[in-house]
Each structure stands twice: as structure tokens, then as C-alpha cells.
Design a protein around this ligand. Structure first.
Ligand code: PNS
Length: 162
């Protein structure tokens, strides 16, 4: 049986920190599904389809290898997708204590709902301060987001400057 994991998130947009976690997860599991999911607590900036396309080009440009599917899910619980594709684990990055506090209840609920375990990976400390919300804020105020995001995302957000 292949070991399949889902790497879910809003990815609004995908950052270098996300890419680092995706690369680590791809090396640990036989197959991973990077899944763009709606977070009911957040208002999105980038449409779902563009987020999926940006993750695909970022993975390709970074040369991340492995059996990686990138898609989106908007019709139910995250664990419903996991069950549908035979995934036994969810992988999330943990940048620090705040992330742990935010992620712990979701991990427990996902285990209660469907027996899916969550695996937390520590990303490269270089990316510890990087978040999609920070990128959105810097971008909306005209700042340079290139240090925090893959080139494909920088091109998408600031087409006239890349
Ligand atoms: O990148 P994010 O915003 O931290 O990702 C959070 C996300 C999208 C993975 C989470 O909000 C989620 O799982 N949403 C799907 C709805 C769901 O399954 N909720 C029950 C589990 S808490």
C-alpha cells in the first residue's frame, strides 16, 4: 500500500515556506496531494484555480521531485478528500508556538472525524517569519514580495516588475 499524505492549506499565495514543507513531505511519502482548501476564517485574495496553477509552476521551477498531485477541494471536509484518495496523513508546517496552538485543535478534530493523523514538519528557520498574510500585506502596500515567494508568485502578483 503506498503511503499517501495530503498537504492542505489556503496557499493564498504559496510561499517559500510552503514549498519547503511540500519538498520535505514529498521526500517522506510515496505520494502527496497538495490541496488548496477554503479556510472559512479567511477572506481570499487569489482565485482557487490561480492558486493551484501557481503551486504547480512553483513546484516545477523548484525542481521538487516525487509523485505530487496539486488540486483544490471546496465541497466538504478536508478529511473527506483524504478518505477519497486513500491518504492516511495530513502534513502541515509548524513555524512556532502560535502555529502549534492554531493547528492542534484541527489535527485532533481531523483524527476524531476520520482517524487521519497530522504530521507536523519544522520548516527551514530561514522561512520562519514568512506567511501568506504577510505577503498579501506587503504586496498590497507596494512592497517587494520576491524574498518570500517563488518567482511564479512574484510574477503573478507584480507582473510589471518581474
Ligand atoms: O493555510 P491555512 O489557512 O492555515 O489552512 C487551513 C485549512 C484550509 C487546512 C483548514 O481551514 C481546513 O482544513 N479547512 C477545511 C474545512 C475542514 O475540514 N474543517 C474541519 C477541520 S478543522
Amino acid at each position: 500500500m503506498p503511503r499517501i499524505a495530503v498537504v492542505p492549506g489556503s496557499f493564498d499565495p504559496v510561499t517559500l515556506g510552503h514549498l519547503d514543507v511540500i519538498a520535505r513531505a514529498a521526500a517522506m511519502f510515496d505520494e502527496i496531494h497538495v490541496l488548496v482548501v477554503h479556510n472559512p476564517g479567511k477572506t481570499a485574495l487569489i482565485p482557487f484555480a490561480d492558486r493551484v496553477a501557481l503551486i504547480r509552476s512553483s513546484i516545477a521551477e523548484a525542481g521538487i521531485r516525487g509523485a505530487i498531485t496539486v488540486t483544490s477541494w471546496s465541497v466538504g471536509l478536508l478529511v473527506d478528500y483524504c478518505t477519497e484518495v486513500g491518504a492516511t496523513a495530513i502534513v502541515k508546517g509548524l513555524r512556532g508556538q502560535t502555529d502549534l496552538v492554531y493547528e492542534t485543535p484541527m489535527a485532533i478534530v481531523n483524527r476524531d472525524l476520520a482517524g487521519i493523523e497530522t504530521v507536523f514538519l519544522l520548516p527551514n528557520p530561514e522561512h520562519a517569519h514568512v506567511s501568506s498574510s504577510l505577503v498579501r500585506q506587503v504586496n498590497s502596500l507596494g512592497g517587494n514580495v520576491r524574498p518570500y515567494v517563488p518567482a511564479a508568485v512574484a510574477r503573478f502578483l507584480r507582473p510589471n516588475q518581474e
